[in-house]
Write a protein that binds this ligand. Structure first.
Ligand code: 13P
Ligand code: SF4
Length: 321
């Protein structure tokens, strides 16, 4: 509509004026994803967002997603200004893993290699040997296990359990969870699968083990999108944030994408699968960030903490290259 068109036009010229680029996650509003692509930015999974932000020539990154994504961008390129539509957009994994408690947990297991998910604060990353995202966590742990290393994993317990099962690695785990993926229900998924027996089931590994067990493909947001293009199935049941449907539907308009059920107490909840923090990102907030910047929008990371956190992040990017 006209109001959105105005926002888009103003954001486009602000991006050019400020040599800024928009880096968006697949869970953000379709308007944001489309604008990122139209303006030479990117829409991506969390690993690709990190790589894109690091490599881009812009002076300024506008990171539409959640806070850890903005912090990662700042840590990797401290010389860039990193803005977010809102700094309030956090993540339940980050919230559930305070740095002091996580550090104490690490101290209890000094012989273990500390591997943390990207969905954490800069301080937690600074305590880690490795940072991983869902697109390469399995390969990295497999690699470390092959070298005989024992792992301390945090914070997502479902992703950790999936990796443990797949690799047989020796892992002790922090018990965090994603509020969105934790809600997917295996029993209701089985019922839906019975209605659509030819559907392929795509699952993000932050989902519970009994849901992951039913998957045809387990992977990061980008990997699930790829699978939706490459598999021959006409119908897909997708267990991740519904923001991902925009790109899936755009790439293969003739296919059908169904939300995996998040049934609670027998009542199917068809709209639960959306991250409340991703939903805080909007066009108005992006314009505001570019116009006002400042304390409501700019990411700051303590320089010393940033230097420490950059080490495991660089390792992640080098391993995934
Ligand atoms: P991806 O790395 O798969 O994009 O996941 C990020 C995330 O927050 C999933 O909930
Ligand atoms: Fe965090 Fe879950 Fe939201 Fe991803 S979907 S940002 S893991 S709360």
């Amino acid at each position: 509509d006209a109001e959105k068109a105005d926002y888009r036009a103003r954001i486009k010229s602000l991006l050019v004026e400020q040599n800024a680029v928009l880096v968006a996650h697949y869970y953000t509003d379709p308007d944001i994803q489309a604008l990122a692509e139209e303006t030479g930015g990117c829409v991506a999974d969390s690993l690709e967002m990190a790589r894109f932000g690091r490599d881009h020539q812009a002076d300024k990154l506008i990171v539409a997603g959640v806070r850890f994504m903005g912090e990662t961008a700042k840590i990797l390129t401290p010389e860039k200004t990193v803005l977010m539509p809102t700094l309030e957009a956090t993540c339940s994994l980050d919230l559930g893993c305070p740095a002091d408690q996580f550090s104490a947990f690490c101290d209890q297991h000094p012989e273990r290699t500390v591997v943390v998910y990207a969905n954490t604060s800069a301080a937690v990353k600074a305590r880690a040997d490795w940072v991983v995202t869902s697109s390469m966590a399995l390969e990295l742990v497999d690699h470390l296990d092959a070298q005989g290393e024992k792992i301390l994993w945090g914070p997502d317990r479902h992703l950790g359990s999936y990796i443990e099962k797949q690799t047989g690695a020796d892992m002790v785990m922090w018990q965090g969870a994603c509020v969105v993926h934790d809600e997917f229900k295996a029993k209701a998924l089985l019922d839906l699968k019975a209605v659509y027996p030819d559907a392929a089931v795509l699952v993000h590994p932050e989902s519970p083990a009994n849901v992951v067990d039913m998957a045809d493909v387990v992977g990061s947001t980008s990997q699930l999108i790829k699978a939706s293009q490459t598999l021959d199935n006409e119908t897909f049941i997708v267990a991740t944030d519904r923001g991902i449907f925009y790109k899936m539907q755009q790439l293969t308009p003739h296919k059908r994408f169904l939300e995996a059920p998040t049934a609670g107490n027998g009542a199917t909840c068809r709209s639960c699968a959306h991250c409340p923090w991703m939903a805080m990102n909007g066009l108005q907030a992006i314009e505001n960030a570019l116009t006002n910047g400042g304390e409501q929008h700019e990411i700051h990371v303590d320089p010393e903490l940033g230097r420490q956190a950059m080490i495991p992040l660089d390792r992640m990017l080098a391993f995934a290259a």
